[in-house]
Design a protein around this ligand. Structure first.
Ligand code: GAL
Length: 651
């Protein structure tokens, strides 16, 4: 396991570089990430490249045994570029170029930008190709799906549609454009979703396609950069740092072309009082590990209180810096890079805290960080070890986009059921993979496929095969609703999954902010909310029924035998208690071993290497927790991680 830091030599006086590098080396920092926003210092005038300052910084780190991750600085072109080539700036929804002075505002399709960015990357990579201290490359910074509305991007969008549909008539049919007289007679009539009217007025089929295009446009940009990096710097792994943002590109597509995934991890510093609040960073980590189904990196890790575009948040509590770093390891990260070594004293982010505060005196958080660094060195063998999982949850960007376009009911959002299922599995101490819906399912015993809303024939088939061959599948409400174009399928829900579910929906009721009672056959009473499918069982047995509303007595959770396997259908959006109760019995019936006695917010994960098996037990709560786990007495301080290997304590 390796620990690194994000460092900005261009923000600091040179005298500090040596001092910082010395302290890093002494603390056990193994790598630094540099230069993602430093284009103006590497090409101060068009065509004039100067890497001297960066060479000096790289050498300072290299001479202390610290590796360097270099970044392409393309998220932040310099002002001279925008002045000379104004079309390099993105165009917003209002059809106007956005203001400069920020970052991430370049148009990924503008030919001048691409020419100059390509040259910058080419110069930079050729300059550093022979330098063995460069251990990896990061592309750009936190790439988002391309929502630029300039003429060039509109042209690209039309070309994408033409490629997909060949004829305008085929596109009209796929979108159902006859509604509101929206039929096109030429490609030139197609406009992206501009304008100030609410998005909900736009055609959902058209909008899903626009989201697909916007994602693919970003992926093409990332692939283009990766190609230059690999050509000029062979043998050096390439990544980009991703996060959960407003317009997410499809991570599965984006990281297909990259060597490893890296994620920016900023867990909250204030634990919510409400036990129902979704307080689980493990979910994000498991989702990120599942993107490439291999160990990943954290490229930016919480180091201090967050602030800047938000009012400042609480400082990490004692235990969080070390604990959250170890939590990332426990869920499959091999390298954790902290954002940032120093708190910026200049620029918009001066209130987003690093490890060292403005006081310039390393304090409480730094001391914890130092402890983590020394512990990480004793965990070197964990590198590459896998989180082997019996249970998987499927995730899809098609569904993420489609649900965002058409919120189903008050309070409903796609990720919630996925997270609640994840929490329920996690409470039983299972490793859980969250994987793309197109992944191969072999090797799993249980696959939860929540809200399979936009239908993909291959995915439907794979789930049928998995169940038929003996797997356990968990389906939920809002499955089989849309065809691949995001139009409604005209058949009783869950349409393509009806045979697996052994039941169908006679009517549904979006109850929004209200709750409904659900009683299990064993008498346990739980609550559902937001959505209720009123079900008719066919071959399925009823394991829980509604206990309130006019449909009281009708099935709320069903279990069906399908081929050699078992399929569950959850007809409402449960409160956490419902998933906890259900998943325990699902796991028991599937014969998957689980842990007895884990209190809420304690996570148990394992990583298995060639000859090693590590067990991680993490108290993700700001209180002491004492419990018996499968008979073993365990006590954990707030945010404490206990690591054992073959029964031997490591921390
Ligand atoms: C990330 C970004 C960093 C920095 C950080 C804290 O999203 O990649 O450059 O802005 O947030 O604000």
């Amino acid at each position: 396991m390796r620990i690194g830091v994000d460092y900005y030599p261009e923000h600091w006086d040179k005298a500090l570089w040596q001092q910082d590098a010395d302290l890093m080396a002494k603390t056990g920092v193994k790598l630094v990430r540099l230069a993602e926003f430093a284009w103006c210092r590497m090409e101060p005038r068009e065509g004039e490249f100067t890497f001297d300052w960066l060479d000096e910084a790289v050498d300072i780190f290299a001479s202390r045994g610290i590796g360097v991750v270099l970044c392409t600085p393309t998220s932040c072109p310099p002002l001279w570029l925008y002045e000379k080539y104004p079309s390099a700036v993105q165009t917003g929804k209002d059809g106007r170029r956005i203001a400069t002075g920020i970052r991430g505002h370049r148009c990924m399709n503008d030919p001048d930008f691409l020419r100059l960015a390509g040259r910058m990357i080419d110069e930079m990579t050729r300059h550093y190709a022979g330098n063995p201290s460069i251990i990896a490359w990061q592309i750009d910074n936190e790439l988002e799906a391309n929502f630029c509305f300039c003429e060039r991007c509109i042209g690209k969008y039309r070309a994408w549609l033409k490629e997909k549909y060949s004829t305008v008539e085929a596109m009209n049919k796929a979108y159902g454009n006859v509604v509101w007289s929206g039929e096109y007679s030429s490609w030139e009539q197609v406009q992206p979703p501009f304008g100030s009217y609410p998005q909900a007025w736009l055609n959902p089929a058209f909008m899903l396609d626009f989201n697909r295009y916007a994602s693919q446009s970003t992926i093409a940009y990332s692939d283009w950069q990766a190609e230059i990096l690999r050509r000029n710097c062979p043998g050096r792994p390439v990544t980009t740092n991703t996060w959960f943002c407003e317009n997410m590109p499809d991570f599965y597509g984006m990281f297909k072309g990259l060597d490893f995934l890296s994620y920016d991890n900023y867990p909250t510093t204030s634990a919510p009082d409400d036990p129902e609040a979704l307080y689980t960073h493990a979910f994000h980590l498991d989702l990120m590990r599942g993107v490439k189904r291999q160990p990943f990196w954290i490229m930016e890790q919480l180091s201090g209180g967050m602030g800047c575009w938000l009012p400042m948040a609480r400082m990490p509590e004692p235990g969080m810096i070390k604990g959250y770093g170890l939590q990332a390891f426990a869920h499959g990260a091999d390298t954790v890079v902290f954002f940032r070594w120093r708190t910026a004293a200049i620029g918009a982010e001066m209130h987003w805290h690093g490890l060292i505060d403005h006081s310039n005196v390393p304090g409480r958080r730094f001391r914890e960080f130092a402890e983590l660094c020394s512990l990480a060195q004793s965990l070197e063998d964990v590198q590459g070890a896998a989180n082997k999982a019996d249970a998987a949850i499927l995730f899809s960007f098609e569904n993420e986009y489609a649900f965002k376009l058409q919120p189903q009911t008050h309070g409903y959002y796609y990720m919630e059921q996925i997270q609640r299922l994840h929490v329920a599995f996690t409470r039983l101490g299972l490793n859980v993979d969250i994987i793309g819906q197109h992944e191969d399912l072999s090797g799993y015993r249980i696959v939860a496929a929540p809200e399979m809303y936009v239908t993909d024939a291959g995915v439907v088939q794979r789930l049928h095969d998995f169940a038929a061959q003996g797997g356990t599948v968990i389906l939920t409400t809002r499955s089989g609703v849309k065809d691949e174009n995001n139009n409604c399928i005209v058949a009783p829900l869950p349409t393509v999954y009806r045979d697996m579910a052994g039941a169908y929906v006679t009517e549904y009721n979006p109850i929004g902010g209200d709750t409904v009672e659900v009683r299990f056959a064993d008498g346990t009473l739980c609550r559902g909310k937001q959505w209720c499918d009123v079900m008719q069982a066919e071959t399925a047995e009823v394991i829980a029924s509604y206990a309130s509303e006019y449909f009281a007595g009708s099935p709320a959770i069903l279990r069906n035998t399908y081929g050699q396997g078992t399929v569950y259908y959850i007809a409402t959006v449960g409160k956490q208690e419902l998933y906890d109760h259900l998943i325990r019995s699902v796991v028991e019936s599937a014969g998957v071993p689980f842990a007895e006695g884990l209190p809420p917010q304690v996570e148990l994960t394992t990583r298995t290497g060639k000859d090693t098996e590590y067990r991680f037990i993490f108290n993700n709560a700001n209180r002491y927790q004492r419990f018996r786990l499968n008979g073993e007495e365990i006590a954990l301080a707030p945010f404490e991680m206990k690591i054992t290997s073959h029964g031997k304590n490591i921390s």
